[in-house]
Design a protein around this ligand. Structure first.
Ligand SMILES: Nc1ncnc2c1ncn2[C@@H]1O[C@H](COP(=O)(O)OP(=O)(O)OP(=O)(O)O)[C@@H](O)[C@H]1O
Length: 785
């Protein structure tokens, strides 16, 4: 239930939503059911509002179905009990100006008519409809300072046609809608002034109602009957008007052709009844599911019930069921619909000061008539007085009472007047004529006045003044008793509500317990997972530490190797700077190139151009020749000698190159004096930068950078030079330290000798010229920086 909604009977606020109140009533076993030996499958628990249905037919299905309602009544529930506990509060609301609706729903023969109308001729078995008459008139008789106007209509929907049960021959009726709700124009309404009047109207309607015999019910209602009561109330002190409307509906029962054993006519009726009931079911479902479209227009019944289901009315649905297993399916359907209807929400509103109140119209008319009658009366009195004067006979004064009763006494008066005027007739004939004329006028007015008075009396008679005959109708004790009954009903209702809440709470507790148990299982599972994850995490952390340790060790080893290499490099540079001639050194630096693919230093053999730079251009070939050729070759080619063959059309590119003989000798490292070695070793040991005292050169590092830059420029040169020869001439087999970044591990510097080996030319066989010792620069001494 939403926060805004509530179950009925707990207040009369206009703004709060209110759910349809659903009550289930189970009738006793019928004689037929008993003789057929059909078992009982319905258990009713009135103190909890619970109905239990057992399935004895299909063993595969759920054995017991339990439904909870606002109230549940078993076969022992009396009509009085049902009325006081369920209907009384609703009728009280109607008497406060609300709209109310009570409808009985269920399979044929389950006691709908019994509940609504009751058994005829037995006061104890009187149904809801006659009991509402008593409650209404008791209220009217008790209420002082109020005027009431009670109108009653009775109609039925038979074969999807509206029929006026109080005027069976009236023309075709239709359902219409207007702001305040649905209504049936031209429906005959009878004004009632007592319980008896209403009972009489009900009996007339019942006589006209369509009833027939079926196998399921001797007096089966073949139509949906709607008894409408409209009560208009006017507070004579404040002059405010309220209107309460009550619809009491006895629906035709849903039925199966096979069970009812219907004739052709009954079949037709049944199909229409079932159609209307199924559309009612659809409306209930749509409302229960909060569907945007509610199919009210599918049938006349649902159109008429529009205000009662999801509208502005307070509504009670009484679902009638039978206890027998024979009707299991029908009972289940009824219980399901009833259960759904519980969630339908209405928004009851009080009808205060409505524009179309008949009472208001009547009051205005009465006032108008009174206003009309009063001056006429006065005029008549005046005329009467004038006529008397004219008779010249002293007349006795008319008292007020005589004037008031003048209508009644007028003929006698006239006779008197005539008697008195007779002796004077001869003396004053003119006067006589005048008197006769005025008498005529008076007579006319009297008739007119009488008509108005009759109309006034009729209107006034329709309005019932409240607060009269209280003790005639009910003794004080009866009133007290009634109050007590209502109190008991209220208490019982609250008890059921509390019981249901308790059950709900128990269910919730059970659910919570189950959830907690399942949660505990989940927690256990999570714990196990967590401990697994934790041990995995620990092992991974251990592995990480090991890796870190290994990595650090590798790093240290690499650093050591790097230091070693740097030391070696420094040593080599030192040697180059101090012992290799500058021109050779320059050439070495220029020619040395690091081969990225093979990861080693290589010497290029580019030819030097005239300006000392390496050229990558080929010698210019003879003009107009397709191939490069020399003058000599041209001349030789022209001659026809045997040697000329060589210069004719030979592809010189395919010739094997004739390698020159080696003109160099193997490098032998110079002998370094022991003192110099000691100094070098010390310098390496301390790790300090050492420099050679040389005023002509920059520091070792600057020079290295310059050489690297020069090397980069020389990379563009493509011509093959003779650097290899020059290098071999120097006899130095050390790779140039062309390391862009000393810390880079791009390639390991070649060991002295390996570079030489890879770039060495084949031996030429020529005698090695002995180099003078003065070719080496003299050591100028090493100084710590
Ligand atoms: N609570 C009850 N106590 C005793 N008798 C009942 C009760 N309910 C129903 N009956 C009896 O059951 C029979 C069928 O009831 P009723 O005619 O009211 O059924 P119905 O639902 O109106 O049927 P239909 O839809 O065919 O008109 C009647 O004889 C009636 O007296």
């Amino acid at each position: 239930m939403s926060a805004k909604s509530k179950r009925p009977g707990t207040g009369t606020s206009q703004t709060l939503n209110e759910c349809v109140q659903v009550v289930v009533r189970c009738r006793p076993m019928s004689n037929r059911e008993r003789t057929e030996g059909s078992p009982e499958v319905v258990n009713v628990y009135p103190n909890r509002g619970v109905v239990e249905l057992q399935n004895l037919v299909d063993a595969n299905k759920e054995q017991r179905k339990v439904f909870t309602y606002d109230a549940a009544y078993d076969a022992s529930a009396s009509q009085t009990m049902l009325y006081h506990e369920v209907v009384f509060p609703l009728v009280s609301s109607v008497l406060e100006g609300f709209n109310g609706c009570i409808f009985a729903y269920g399979q044929t023969g389950t006691g709908k008519t019994f509940t609504m109308e009751g058994a005829r001729g037995n006061e104890d078995l009187m149904g809801i409809i006659p009991r509402t008459f008593e409650q209404i008139w008791l209220h009217i008789n008790r209420t002082e300072n109020f005027q009431f106007l009670v109108d009653v209509s009775y109609l039925e929907i038979y074969m999807e046609e509206l029929r006026d049960l109080l005027k069976p021959n009236s023309k075709h009726l239709e359902v219409r809608e207007r702001g305040s709700g649905v209504y049936v124009p031209n429906l005959h309404a009878i004004n009632c002034k007592s319980v008896d009047d209403m009972v009489h109207v009900m009996q007339i309607g019942n006589k006209n109602r369509t009833v027939g015999f079926t196998n399921m019910n001797e007096h089966s209602s073949r139509s949906h009957a709607i008894f409408m009561i409209k009560i208009e109330m006017c507070d004579t002190e404040t002059n405010t008007i309220k209107v309460g409307k009550l619809n009491l509906i006895d629906l035709a029962g849903s039925e199966r052709q096979s069970k009812t054993g219907a004739s052709a006519e009954r079949l037709k009726e049944a199909s229409k009844i079932n159609l209307a009931l199924s559309s009612l079911g659809n409306v209930i479902s749509a409302l229960a599911e909060n569907s945007p479209h509610v199919p009210y227009r599918d049938s006349k019944l649902t159109r008429l019930l529009q205000d009662s289901l999801g509208g502005n009315s307070k509504t009670i649905m009484i679902a009638n069921i039978g206890p027998s297993a024979y009707n299991y399916n029908e009972t289940l359907t009824t219980l399901r619909y009833a259960s759904r209807a519980k969630s339908i929400q209405n928004q009851p509103i009080k009808n205060e000061d409505p524009q179309d109140a008949k009472l208001k119209e009547y009051q205005e008319e009465i006032e108008r008539l009174k206003r009309l009658i009063a001056p006429q009366q006065q005029q008549r009195n005046e005329k009467l007085a004038a006529a008397k004067k004219r008779t010249k006979k002293p007349k006795k004064e008319l008292t007020n009472r005589e004037i008031a009763d003048s209508d009644a006494h007028l003929p006698v008066q006239r006779e008197l007047t005539q008697e008195e005027s007779e002796p004077e007739e001869e003396s004053d004939k003119e006067n006589e004529a005048e008197v006769a004329k005025s008498n005529e006028e008076l007579e006319r007015e009297r008739v007119e006045n009488a008509k108005l008075a009759a109309k006034l009396a009729e209107l006034e008679s329709q309005l019932v003044r409240g607060g009269k005959n209280l003790l005639d109708t009910y003794s004080e004790r009866q009133i007290e008793l009634e109050k007590k009954l209502v109190e008991i009903a209220e208490r019982k209702k609250r008890e059921i509500e509390i019981q249901q809440q308790l059950e709900l709470q128990e269910e919730t507790t059970l659910e919570i317990r189950e959830t907690v148990t399942s949660l505990a299982g989940t927690v256990e599972l999570m714990k196990r997972k967590l401990s697994k994850c934790w041990s995995k995490y620990l092992s991974l952390q251990q592995e990480l530490n090991d890796c870190k340790h290994d990595h650090n060790q590798d790093l240290r080893e690499l650093e050591m190797a790097q230091n070693e290499l740097i030391k070696e490099l420094k040593r080599q540079l030192l040697i180059i700077d101090n012992f290799v001639p500058i021109s050779v050194k320059q050439r070495l630096y220029t020619q040395a190139k690091y081969d990225e693919e093979q990861e080693e230093w290589k010497f290029s053999s580019l030819p030097l151009s005239s300006d000392g730079k390496f050229s990558n251009k080929r010698p210019v070939s003879h003009p107009q020749r397709r191939r490069p050729t020399s003058e000599y070759a041209l001349q030789e080619a022209k001659s026809n000698g045997p040697s000329a063959l060589r210069f004719k059309s030979e592809n010189i590119v395919s010739y094997e190159l004739e390698m020159p003989c080696r003109t160099t000798q193997e490098y032998r490292s110079p002998k370094v004096s022991a003192s110099l070695q000691a100094v070098l070793a010390q310098a390496m040991h301390t790790g300090d930068d050492i420099d050679i005292v040389d005023s002509h050169t920059n520091s070792l590092r600057n020079r290295l950078e310059n050489i690297i830059n020069a090397n980069a420029n020389a990379a563009a040169v493509s011509a093959v030079g003779t650097a290899a020869t020059a290098m071999s001439g120097t006899g130095i087999g050390v790779a140039a330290p062309l390391v862009r970044n000393i810390k880079s591990s791009r390639g390991v510097l070649p060991s002295p000798g390996s570079a030489l080996d890879s770039n060495r030319r084949p031996p030429t066989g020529r005698a090695q010229p002995k180099k003078p010792a003065s070719a080496y620069p003299k050591a100028r001494g090493l100084v710590n920086k």
